[in-house]
Design a protein around this ligand. Structure first.
Ligand code: FAD
Length: 433
């Protein structure tokens, strides 16, 4: 039997260790230092966080998204999915385990396209967990359609000069360097005319105009920068890959990132369901426990079934990536889980919030914050509509138009064919009698 849903016992032990470690050692960081995850460690946090990172290294779990060529253990996406079902429960866990976005994707593209010098200078500190990085692609006037980007990089002797605006560049305020997408040749198609650059954050002309926050965050505490690149000069060896490779690089980067968001979403939905089940077994109204009300039972059944479906597709997609070693071959399901992610979060967390009544919508439970992930997940790394288009395009590749006027399942024609088949076999039997 080729299907096996069990987890190897050795890796299950690591998962069990991780679950306990996150609950007991990392969750206190979430409660006391939430919001400081992407800031370099200061004198207060370094003595707390560094020993935790060391324990993760000792378990062989540091940066477990990486292959052995980058110092990882090559666990692959399927095991990473199971890990992320645990790490997704905590805002600090990805930092302590060295798997935080967007640094994972940024490391992946430098590893893939970088020169040895670029890897030494930019990749190694990232893998060591000592610096943060930023991916600066979206512009104020265009996000989901990169063909409309106008930030320009012009070669000037041994340098490129970058001018333009970028929006929602996550973590730019604390990043050591930025990966910037810019037009290098406006006279060819956007797919051939854009390039990626490694830009140290302290380069003159990198001007963070403001740090935009998500809804609910204080105006000056956001992590998503509006950046003016104002005559920013970088040496030509800061071009990542070749000129015109930006789209190929962006695709490499986003394939993995989208799956990882979905893996963490499984954790969010499971947590919402866990909280809901505990609540309905604890709260009585109108003469019985909430758990006895059929509306509640329906909500629990819906959350359970939707999460189980979603989780299986996430795991299957991770398995496809491991098996084919090619994000392109897995792109239909990568796009499908990207479409499902905001919906499962929205529905599972909503039901859980609702079961908690006023407490559920309050700031004394984590649910409202979890719920705010739903609209974020619907746009981050490309909006739902764009991914639906990808799913449909990939699905349609497996089909052909019907050869005649009628659909191939048109019953009158099928009956005719069936009659002809039966008549032929009867003739054959009679002929042999
Ligand atoms: C939390 C967060 C972090 C982010 N981090 C980064 C980052 O680090 N670096 C970076 O470069 N960007 C980042 N982004 C930006 C993100 O990539 C963009 O928001 C996304 O690509 C959508 O672009 P947009 O916001 O300009 O929306 P638009 O492109 O203006 O789209 C708006 C809406 O139009 C609709 N739409 C779009 N295309 C279609 C279509 N083909 N058919 C039908 N409807 C459509 C969708 O409903 C979509 O939501 C981040 C965004 C968020 C929310």
């Amino acid at each position: 039997m080729a299907r096996d849903f069990s987890t190897e016992p050795d890796f299950q032990e690591k998962l069990d260790w991780s679950r306990t470690f996150v609950a007991e050692r990392i969750e206190p960081l979430d409660l006391l230092y939430g919001g400081r995850e992407f800031h370099p460690l200061d004198d207060e946090l370094r003595p707390i966080v560094d020993p935790l990172k060391q324990q993760v290294r000792d378990q062989g779990l540091w940066a477990c998204h990486l292959g052995p060529e980058l110092g990882g253990h090559g666990y692959g996406q399927l095991k990473l999915a199971l890990m992320n079902e645990i790490l997704g429960l905590s805002s600090w866990a990805p930092i302590v385990f060295g798997t935080q976005a967007p640094d994972t994707g940024n490391a992946e593209i430098i590893a893939h396209y970088g020169t040895p010098e670029q890897k030494d200078r930019y990749l190694q500190p990232l893998l060591d967990g000592e610096v943060f990085s930023c991916y600066s692609m979206t512009e104020p006037q265009a996000g989901s359609d990169p063909k409309q980007f106008t930030t320009r990089a012009v070669r000037d002797g041994d340098e490129y000069v970058i001018n333009g605006w970028k929006f929602f560049s996550s973590n730019a305020r604390t990043a050591a360097f930025l990966i910037v997408m810019a037009v290098t040749d406006p006279d060819v198609s956007a797919y051939a005319g854009m390039s990626m650059f490694l830009v140290p954050s302290d380069t003159p002309g990198v001007d963070i105009v403001r740090n935009v926050g998500l809804a609910g965050e204080a105006p000056d505490e956001g992590m998503h920068a509006l950046i003016h690149y104002d005559n920013v000069r970088v040496p030509v060896d800061h071009l990542l890959g070749g000129e015109g490779q930006a789209f190929a690089i962006a695709q490499t980067r986003l394939g993995g990132g989208r799956v990882h968001h979905a893996m963490r979403a499984v954790a969010t939905c499971q947590k919402a369901l866990d909280l809901m089940c505990e609540r309905v077994l604890s709260r009585e109204t109108q003469g019985s426990l909430l758990a006895k009300k059929e509306f509640m039972q329906g909500d629990i059944a819906d959350s359970y079934a939707e999460l189980a479906q979603f989780r299986l597709l996430v795991l299957y997609t991770a398995w496809e990536i491991d098996t084919f070693k090619d994000y392109q071959r897995a792109r239909k399901n990568i796009a499908a889980i990207k479409v499902l992610t905001p919906k499962v979060i929205h529905d599972a967390v909503w039901r859980s919030m609702h079961a908690h009544g006023a407490l559920g919508v309050s700031n004394e439970m984590p649910l409202a914050r979890m719920w705010s992930l739903a609209p974020v997940m619907a746009v981050v790394d490309g909006p739902t509509e764009v991914h639906k288009i990808t799913v449909a395009r990939e699905v349609l590749k497996g089909y052909r138009p019907s050869p005649g006027l009628w659909p191939t399942a048109h019953l009158p024609e099928k009956r005719e064919e069936a009659r002809a088949k039966i008549a032929a076999s009867v003739e054959h039997l009679v002929g042999n009698a």
